[in-house]
Design a protein around this ligand. Structure first.
Ligand code: UDX
Length: 464
């Protein structure tokens, strides 16, 4: 089957490449000629493990093609996927659909009879209806369908997520597009028995936002419980396991951290709130999730300040990991951004290291000194902050790290290290949802609530 994919961002590039690996003839289209030329040469504009080789392999056998020429891409295509970006609009926070509609206007006159136009971009409920109207008014006659097929892949594990999804969602208003899309996904996913949810177009559009809002809420829930753990002397990792093993809750997405970031959760939760507002519906839980997460990201700087007993002005702080999560070079909405900005405002000198994100981070943080090596970054630092749990950061030799630092203070915002071990090496450790406080002290705190803060200050070495 010939498939055209419009947009070579994360979703378009990964989807197109994976469709090609399933044996289809794929044409990936982008307006950016430089990007297309690079892709033709095998230079991939994003960092995604395994993507380079898959692109190279499928390009070499002619199944994967890159072009700026829409006519060439759409000629004889059975399916046209729209996978352009839907970034947040600055003032409103809702999704900017201008790229989607611009792409639709361009393809409308070129669509052949019986072509299925599939919106893969994350779009608000009702966008498919508008797309249908735009194409309708540009075409004189002939049949076509507009369907929705949201993508749930994560950066860093995009290829595996695409090829082994938990489910595929297809939203269609006619039998033809239901059949074409079911046929596309069924054979490659048959072995894994992947469920295919076939629904109406509007429901499919909303599923994507609801999934992201739910996951963002789940993370925010465990993050708030982490705060409780720190106060009452519990371990949030064990707490997450204890609740997550209940199948109704599930153990995944319960890693407490500095707040969620990335290109999807912040943008999609905001866009969902806008939709709810437009329809006069209150989405209080999602509203709270958004504001709790924003506040949390900012509060992480205070955790660093606390660990340094408030003595931040003029201190050197090494931030290890900058991207919003490991295995990506994406800095969009990364929690490291507000953390570094706030610490700089407090007068700290920031040194930073990320295994692949330095280049993107450099453009956003002009006053930071970047390093290509974690130990070099930590040299003479008064504290190290773990922001992203890349494997090579988790595997750092803490003894060696301590040796190069001026003061052994470790603020581990990803719980990458065993605090007991780090303390044994000589670090003062501040982690997430893990209070370094003994049981008897906790009992004392419970009995004397007004003493609680004082005990915590003692524990942080502030008084006496
Ligand atoms: C997300 C959705 O998971 C994916 O289905 C959708 O298609 C796009 O948005 P992505 O943004 O690539 O994917 O990353 P994800 O792994 O979901 O992480 C998002 C953020 O949540 C990161 O900042 C991550 O650190 C944070 N997170 C995730 C946690 O803090 N704790 C967790 O347990 C999981």
């Amino acid at each position: 089957m010939k498939i055209a994919v419009i947009g070579t961002g994360y979703v378009g590039l990964v989807s197109g490449t994976c469709f090609a690996s399933w044996g289809h003839d794929v044409f990936c289209v982008d307006k950016d000629i430089q990007k297309i030329r690079s892709l033709e040469r095998g230079v991939v504009p994003i960092y995604e493990p395994g993507l380079d080789e898959l692109i190279e392999r499928n390009s070499a056998i002619g199944r994967l093609n890159f072009t700026c020429n829409l006519t060439e891409a759409l000629k004889g295509a059975a399916i046209v996927f729209i996978a352009v970006g839907t970034p947040p609009r600055a003032e409103h926070g809702d999704a900017d659909l201008s790229f989607v509609f611009a792409a639709i206007r361009e393809i409308a006159p070129l669509i052949e009879d019986d072509t299925v136009v599939v919106v893969k971009s994350t779009v608000p409920v009702g966008t498919g209806d508008v797309v249908q109207k735009i194409i309708d008014s540009a075409r004189k006659a002939g049949s076509f369908s507009v369907a929705s097929n949201p993508e749930f892949l994560r950066e860093g594990s995009a290829i595996r997520d695409f090829r082994e999804p938990d489910r595929v969602v297809i939203g269609a208003e006619d039998e033809r597009s239901r059949r074409v899309l079911t046929q596309l996904y069924t054979p490659p996913l048959a072995a894994s028995n992947t469920p295919i949810v076939v629904t109406r177009r509007r429901t499919s559009e909303l599923i994507k936002y609801a999934a992201n809002a739910f996951l963002a809420t789940k993370i925010t829930f465990i993050n708030e419980l982490a705060d409780v753990c720190e106060q009452v002397g519990c371990d949030v990792g064990e707490l997450a396991l204890g609740i997550g093993l209940d199948k109704r809750i599930g153990t995944s997405f319960l890693n407490a951290g500095p707040g969620y970031g990335g290109s999807c959760f912040p943008k999609d939760t905001m866009a969902l709130l806008r939709t709810a507002q437009d329809y006069g519906v209150a989405l209080r839980i999602v509203e709270e999730t958004v504001s709790a997460n924003e506040a949390r990201k900012r509060r992480m700087a205070l955790k660093v300040t606390d660990a340094l007993n408030g003595d931040v002005d003029g201190r050197t702080i090494a931030v290890l990991g900058l991207t919003f999560k490991p295995d990506t070079d994406d800095m969009r909405d990364a929690p490291s951004l507000p953390l570094i900005e706030t610490l700089q405002r407090f007068g700290a000198r920031i040194r930073a290291y990320d295994p692949v994100g330095n280049e993107n981070a450099r453009q956003l943080m002009p006053d930071v000194k970047f390093h290509d090596d974690a130990y070099e970054c930590a040299r003479d630092a008064d504290a190290v902050v773990i922001m992203t749990d890349w494997d090579n950061i988790r595997e750092l030799d803490l003894t060696r790290l301590k040796r190069v630092m001026r003061r052994a203070v470790l603020i581990d915002l990803r719980n990458a290290f065993e605090p007991g071990l780090a303390e044994k090496i000589g670090f003062r450790v501040s982690a997430i949802g893990r209070a370094a406080v003994g049981r008897s002290e906790i009992d004392a705190m419970r009995e004397m609530p007004n003493m609680r803060r004082q005990i915590r200050h003692d524990q942080l070495g502030r008084s006496a």
